[in-house]
Design a protein around this ligand. Structure first.
Ligand code: ZN
Length: 449
């Protein structure tokens, strides 16, 4: 009997609990439903409001948009390539990429177009280091659009849809007056419209793994580079790199050096430039905007004069390269090299070398691997392609990156030309001051002592 009562009580208690739980679940579901539907309403109203209030998107075409097939940040610039199809017999007068802020003010980007079979193809990529200057933008929101002027003087704006394999990019501007902006470059949708937007905010400091500049002292470890008597290129450029780091930090920049003491370098950094701690990997992981690789030249017999040579990437604007060369000649009181091979301007050189290209009996790669750094840190902008198929070299895992570091390789002078060697050993600070001044002026860092 006792037992029976107990079990009855238990039964009653159980169903009471069930009712309470059931009610609680219903209340919970109702609360969640309410929250979600309110959120949706808010989103809808925000989106509708932004389309109406947002001057940048006010006049945008809603019936069609352009497809972006290439989307690249190289150094401090963003570039785009894509196309859009029009109805038959549409006549186009002009077209170009524009960047509009939310007040409707627009910046036009130099764009090359072709129009064929009603397909308009456009590209801002003629030079990889020009295009939209990410350093010049104000702290606000921007939208990137295609502006088309038709033959009947009608002007239309088209939004851009991402047709690439790449996602959003977080870009950090160079450090100016202890301050950086973060630019969130993202493709998203606003209602039915695909949009490419730039959301810019100020950050207190750069994330730990983000640098402004990378300095690459050439060679290292078992690879000493060029030499003359007891003087070894890898040692001299390492001293130069330390000096340059100090000077660049004095103008407020955050600097990474790809190698330090030679004893450490010997293990991995001399040969395996694509290894975990290799110079190419370090530069690619640095999120830096610019890399300066320091070297000394040497020549066998052809000419006895020395001088500076600055190497830059193909298809690039050479203004900064020219500044490096001019400032070094002026400030360090040296000369432009008389070397005419691959010369673009006085002191400025552009040279590409294929992976696996042979020079008589051996890979050119073995002897002048340094020039590859410009290509292999630029991702798809510079055509990085060390894919590990060459048994001597491992794979550059960043070769398909759509974010690249803008690289310059500077041959400060000729180690086997006495005048050059003496000048570099005595006036290292002046050579590095020339590089520091160039970066300060070119990027408008406006650092004043
Ligand atoms: Zn070298």
């Amino acid at each position: 009997m006792k037992k029976k009562v107990k079990s009855k009580k238990k039964k009653y208690k159980l169903s009471y609990q069930k009712i309470v739980v059931f009610l609680l679940i219903i209340i919970f579901v109702l609360i969640i439903y309410n929250i979600i539907s309110n959120l949706n309403k808010e989103n809808e109203s925000i989106q509708t409001a932004s389309l109406i209030d947002n001057e940048a998107l006010k006049d945008i075409e809603t019936s069609s948009y352009a497809n972006i097939s290439r989307y690249i940040v190289y150094g401090t610039h963003l570039n785009l390539e894509g196309d859009i199809e029009f109805n038959e017999n549409t006549s186009i007068e002009n077209a170009g990429i524009v960047v509009k802020n939310v007040s409707g003010e627009e910046i036009a980007i130099d764009t090359d177009n072709t129009y064929d079979d009603n397909l308009l193809s456009f590209s801002t990529l003629k030079e990889i280091n020009t295009g939209l200057d990410l350093e010049s933008l104000e702290v606000t929101d921007y939208y990137i659009l295609l502006k088309v002027e038709f033959e009947n003087n009608e002007i239309k704006y088209y939004s851009l849809s991402n047709d690439t394999e790449y996602g959003d990019i977080d870009y950090y501007t160079l450090t100016r007056n202890n301050s950086n902006n973060k630019i969130d470059i993202s493709f998203s949708r606003m209602g039915n419209i695909p949009v490419l937007s730039l959301n810019i905010t100020t950050v207190d400091e750069l994330p730990e793994d983000v640098y402004d500049v990378v300095i690459d002292p050439g060679h290292g470890g078992a690879d000493g580079g060029a030499s003359s008597g007891d003087y070894i290129e890898s040692d001299i450029v390492l001293d130069c790199a330390y000096e340059l780091k100090v000077q660049l930090e004095e103008i407020g920049l955050k600097v990474l050096v790809t190698r330090e003491e030679d004893e450490i370098a010997e293990e991995f950094k001399g040969e395996d430039i694509y290894g975990e701690n290799g110079r190419v990997t370090m530069a690619n992981e640095s999120h830096a905007k610019i890399l300066v690789s320091l070297h000394l030249n040497s020549n066998e017999s052809d000419f006895v004069s020395g001088g500076v040579e600055v190497y830059a990437a193909p298809n690039s604007d050479l203004t900064l390269a020219k500044m490096f060369a001019d400032n070094i000649v002026e400030i360090a009181n040296t000369d432009y090299s008389q070397n005419e091979s691959y010369k673009e301007e006085e002191g400025v050189y552009v040279r590409t070398i294929e992976v696996g290209q042979y020079n008589s009996s051996r890979f050119i790669f073995d002897s002048i691997a340094y020039l590859f750094i410009i290509r292999e840190i630029g991702g798809i902008a510079t055509g990085a392609y060390a894919n590990g198929n060459n048994s001597v070299y491992s794979e550059n895992i960043y070769r398909d990156s759509n974010v690249g570091v803008e690289g310059y390789l500077i041959e400060l002078g000729y180690i086997n030309v006495d005048e050059d060697l003496r000048n570099i050993l005595r006036n290292r600070e002046l050579y590095m001051k020339a590089i520091t001044d160039s970066i300060n002026d070119f990027y408008g860092l406006d650092y004043n002592n």
